[in-house]
Design a protein around this ligand. Structure first.
Ligand SMILES: [Zn+2]
Ligand SMILES: [Zn+2]
Length: 326
């Protein structure tokens, strides 16, 4: 039986329409059968522009992280022994080029950066070591703070697309950052009111059957309002608004890694996005949403803005609780 659910406090709806008897491992299999899985072009390390040794095939790094520290400007020469490498996207959605100070919207002002998370071609966050994942989250924080300090930048979108169904065109594990000259309107809607709505949501979900993990001040849960199968939110119990308030980088990093590896244990190789929801309004409450990509939005969603989710979040949480490291 289906159920229409309303968002915790926004005027948004989703339909939970469970497909009976479907196992988590069926999702990835079904996606492959439908023909839209595995279509990312698999290239060897020699051809992969993100691989160690191919630095000259991308724009010079804006921040290159090594075991000795960070090189902020690679123009003076390529850094070879990098661990995480950030550089401008060759095909940016926004760019500062040709912008006047008065017209930031009309000229498409902004920045678009690629964060290559590892020099190794076949590693990705679900299998990262403690050091690797902590380093990556440290880089997220560093680049977020850097761009929020750039004149004209109002908002930084930070996200990862992994796998072809999640919109990644290059296999080598990377994240992206887009710095915008405006705060997207949904963030204003989410801080509308005196109290933090997310503090309430976290309290509510912490006592629910949708809680997956509570560790080191981080709540991991499948939200009551879930638009996608196995959608999961990670949020700090303590209120802070963005990555600049993240003091314990490692605790969050390990929670993120362990969630991804538990999904991998359920689904096998799978496509996913994770997205940082944050802004520099102190009323906002940082949270990260993780979306495995099994379904594609189509005509109905486009028409109504209402998403159909074939897995009840209560069932998703039970499956993930069974495999996640406590
Ligand atoms: Zn590569
Ligand atoms: Zn809060």
């Amino acid at each position: 039986m289906s159920e229409v659910r309303k968002h915790y406090f926004l005027d948004e709806y989703c339909i939970i329409a469970p497909e009976r008897g479907l196992r988590p491992s069926d999702f990835e299999k079904r996606r492959g059968e439908r023909g839209d899985g595995g279509s990312a072009i698999r290239v060897g390390e020699e051809e992969c522009v993100f691989c160690l040794g191919n630095e000259a095939k991308t724009p010079p790094g804006t921040a290159v992280y090594t075991s000795d520290g960070v090189v902020r400007d690679e123009i003076s020469g390529v850094v070879r022994d990098w661990l995480v490498r950030c550089f401008p996207n060759r095909y940016p959605v926004l760019s500062p080029d040709g912008c006047s100070i008065d017209d930031h919207l009309g000229c498409g002002f902004g920045f678009h950066e690629v964060i290559v998370e590892t020099p190794l071609h076949d590693r990705e966050p679900s299998s990262f070591s403690d050091d690797e994942i902590t380093r990556l989250v440290g880089v997220y924080k560093d680049r977020y703070e850097f761009y929020m300090g750039v004149a004209g930048v109002e908002f930084v979108s930070l996200f990862k697309n992994h796998g072809s169904s999640a919109g990644a065109s290059i296999l080598h594990s990377h994240s992206q950052l887009v710095a915008l000259p405006l705060v997207p309107p949904r963030f204003s809607l989410e801080v509308d009111g005196e109290e933090c709505r997310f503090c309430d949501i976290i309290t509510f979900e912490s006592g629910s059957e949708r809680l997956i993990l509570m560790r080191d001040g981080w709540a991991v849960f499948a939200p009551y309002f879930s638009r996608y199968p196995f959608e999961v939110w990670i949020a700090p119990v303590k209120h802070f608004s963005d990555l600049s308030g993240l003091d314990d980088v490692s605790s969050f990093a390990l929670v993120l890694r362990d969630l991804l590896s538990s999904m991998r244990a359920l689904f096998g190789e799978f496509s996913y996005n994770y997205v940082f929801f944050q802004c520099n309004s102190k009323e906002y409450h940082l949270h990260v949403k993780v979306f495995p990509r099994f379904s594609v939005s189509a005509g109905f969603e486009e028409n109504t803005g209402i998403y159909i989710n074939s897995v009840a979040p209560e069932d998703a949480a039970a499956e993930l609780r069974g495999v996640i490291r406590p």
